[in-house]
Write a protein that binds this ligand. Structure first.
Ligand SMILES: NC(=O)c1ccc[n+]([C@@H]2O[C@H](COP(=O)([O-])OP(=O)(O)OC[C@H]3O[C@@H](n4cnc5c(N)ncnc54)[C@H](O)[C@@H]3O)[C@@H](O)[C@H]2O)c1
Length: 255
């Protein structure tokens, strides 16, 4: 049976780790040729090598999603290598801890932390969309999935900038879905619950039982379980789905 994404050219940001890495691998297994992107480093190269080892066609292109020149080059290189860009998964993101804001409420947080988090989680997605949408419009269609979070749908404690960024990603997704529907471009978001990646390692170590107590399935998601939803949303099988915020959270937001 041909793969879900057979013959498609796909781009994944945050592809060196966690959800992005698992999605790049699944995209390749489903027949896509994949451009993996992340900050420069060994982890990005090894993720691309893992795709190639599994028989996929892949290239690694380092880019900081907060830098428009680097994002523009990333999209250009995906198109140059594989002839077009059919699918894009805008997934790079950070938790408050990465910008020095772990456990902080608004009154305790610095302006620098706020700016740094929004630059990656929100402006980074906007920049990627800007260049991907232009490329997809030129070729007559495509599909984009942005990584939001359960924090894009409900509040989370001591995560104000993160929650704002993920609510905004859903807003961006919906407005782009409307603006680009006639161009044949579908734009959706995926909203993972707590997923077993390096991003939540420290929180799990500190208060794992408390976190699991909020999840009806009483376990963490696996990155591969998020990847399945993303691959489907990117595929032609989701042809009438646009502007959606697909929850994959073990029941967290059902409570
Ligand atoms: N793990 C969870 O529980 C969870 C839950 C909901 C949403 N998410 C979201 O899923 C996405 C992926 O997170 P993950 O859990 O796989 O974490 P992760 O830390 O394993 O992966 C995130 C990747 O993004 C990259 N990145 C960070 N800043 C970047 C930048 N400026 N430019 C390019 N790449 C950058 C990192 O290098 C890293 O490889 C994030 O957007 C995160 O907010 C995660």
């Amino acid at each position: 049976m041909p793969g879900l994404l057979a013959g498609k050219s796909a781009l994944v940001t945050g592809a060196a780790s966690g959800i992005g890495r698992a999605t790049a691998l699944l995209f390749a297994r489903e027949g896509a040729r994949v451009t993996l992107s992340d900050l420069p480093g060994e982890a990005l190269e090894s993720a691309a090598a893992a795709v190639a080892d599994a028989g996929g066609e892949a290239q690694a292109v380092a880019a900081d999603v907060t830098r428009e020149d680097e994002v523009a080059t990333l999209v250009e290189r995906a198109v140059a290598r594989f002839g077009r860009l059919d699918c894009a998964f805008n997934n790079a993101g950070v938790a408050p801890r990465s910008v020095g804001a772990a456990g902080q409420r608004i009154g305790e947080m610095s302006r620098d932390s706020w700016d740094a988090l929004l630059a990656i989680n929100l402006t980074g997605v906007w920049l990627c969309m800007k260049h991907e949408l232009a490329a997809m419009e030129r070729q007559g269609g495509g599909a984009i999935v942005n990584t939001a979070s359960i924090g894009g749908l409900v509040g989370l404690p001591r995560s104000n900038a993160y929650v704002v960024s993920k609510h905004a990603v859903i807003g961006l997704t919906r407005s782009a879905a409307i603006d680009y529907a006639e161009a044949g471009i579908r734009v959706n978001a995926v909203c993972p619950g707590y997923v077993e990646t390096p991003m939540i390692g420290e929180s799990m170590a500190r208060r794992g039982e408390q976190i699991l107590g909020t999840v009806p399935m009483h376990r963490l998601g696996r990155p591969e379980e998020i990847a399945e939803a993303v691959a489907w949303l990117c595929s032609d099988r989701a042809g009438f789905v646009t502007g959606a915020a697909q929850v994959v959270d073990g029941g967290y937001t059902a409570v």
